[in-house]
Design a protein around this ligand. Structure first.
Ligand code: FAD
Length: 341
């Protein structure tokens, strides 16, 4: 078989990282990214980019933990390199605080992040409304720089990138040997996945350079995540809402909730409001499928549905998707060898 041609649909964190893993594991492949939007216009650009996993109820915990571990190790290496600032990756320490002690005091990811421990009484004094807390150090991606860094890496190794809206994966069958679907919430329409639904999220990106530690309420709704240039204040979680328009009452509510955790934020400047649709599902769809029409077959690998935790697991799921692409190519190779006999 000549150099196999692989198309990756989608240029959010999942599409770009999957394209990178495919190009790294299959150097003889010709990889192309097709997407109707690139950074700064994807959901991935809106995200806070914190590495604190979201739990997917339909995926075994050991699998989720493996995805998180691989992603943490990959980004930790970048954070320790001269690339860190350009890639927008940095370590950040802080607190997750709870009004009541949670049932699970040790989350599954507690031994992947660094220095996980219960908060001391002295630390808890900073949060008079909270009774329990966990302190740890994790990683944060500043999302637009990280997406641009991924794009730069892809271009450097010869991956092509084109702006194109794909109406149906089948339309790619004559141009590509394997298609990888990383369309995020776009997969709802692209492959008619009714199990995929949006959870709308609104956040504020503010200037508050004195805020150096993250603070997350254990309910996951209110958070303060300092990045290299701006602090992300969150948030909202609205299931099945497709609206991308900012809601001014939510802006005020987010700001007030964050100020009650960190009163100095009253002095924050240059408040920008962002909205994104988390591509949510009971489980990430990470699987092979073969489309077929009139005896012609098109192998597809799906990698979408990362909900509230795409950044936290992106490298792990990208590696698994690249492995599935390898299996598709091996099957094609086998079929073409048999045809020659
Ligand atoms: P997207 O970024 O939406 O990318 C999908 C791509 O597919 C886009 O380029 C789109 O243009 C393209 N596309 C779609 N349909 C088509 C089509 N038909 N043809 C061609 N191209 C198509 N996660 C974390 O881990 N940590 C966080 O702190 C965090 N914070 C978040 C805060 C908010 C407010 C939100 C909304 C999300 C947050 N997330 C976080 C979740 C994270 O943003 C997502 O899980 C992740 O961005 C999903 O990435 P994706 O590449 O699948 O989707």
């Amino acid at each position: 078989m000549a150099a196999p041609k692989v198309a990756v649909v989608g240029a959010g964190v999942i599409g770009l990282s999957t394209a990178l893993c495919i190009a790294e594991t299959c150097p003889s492949c010709s990889v192309t990214v097709l997407s109707d939007q690139f950074s700064p216009n994807t959901t991935s650009d809106v995200a806070a980019g914190m590495l604190i996993p979201h739990t997917y109820p339909g995926t075994p915990i050991h699998v989720q933990k493996q995805w998180f571990k691989e992603t943490f190790a990959y980004l930790f290496a970048i954070s320790n390199s001269a690339e860190a600032s350009e890639a927008g990756i940095h370590l950040v320490s802080g607190w997750q605080v709870f009004k009541n002690t949670p049932k699970e005091e040790l989350p599954f990811w507690s031994d992947v992040v660094l220095g996980f421990r219960p908060m001391s009484e002295a630390e808890l004094q900073k949060f008079p409304q909270h009774r329990f807390g966990q302190a740890f150090t994790t990683l944060k991606c500043d999302c637009p720089p990280y997406l641009l860094w991924l794009e730069k890496r892809l271009k450097a190794i010869g991956v092509q990138m084109y702006t194109r809206k794909v109406a149906d994966l089948w339309e790619l069958h004559s141009e590509y040997n394997v298609v990888v679907n990383c369309a995020g919430i776009g997969a709802h329409q692209l492959v008619g996945d009714e199990k995929l639904f949006p959870i709308r999220g609104q956040v504020l990106k503010v200037q508050a350079p004195w805020v150096k530690n993250f603070i997350r309420d254990g309910d996951g709704l209110t958070y303060i995540y300092p990045g290299i240039h701006r602090v992300t204040l969150g948030g909202t979680r609205e299931k099945e809402s497709w609206s991308l328009s900012p809601d001014p009452s939510a802006t005020k509510d987010i700001f007030d909730r964050c100020c009650s955790l960190e009163p100095s934020l009253r002095g924050a400047q240059d408040i920008k409001v962002k909205v994104g649709l988390r591509p949510s599902r009971q489980r990430v769809r990470l699987q092979r499928e073969v489309l077929s029409q009139g005896g012609v077959k098109l192998p597809v690998v799906h990698n979408y549905g990362h909900g509230a935790g795409g950044f936290s697991v992106h490298r792990g799921t990208a590696k698994e998707a690249a492995h599935l692409v390898g299996e598709c190519l091996a099957a094609l190779q086998g079929a073409s060898s048999r045809a020659k006999l």
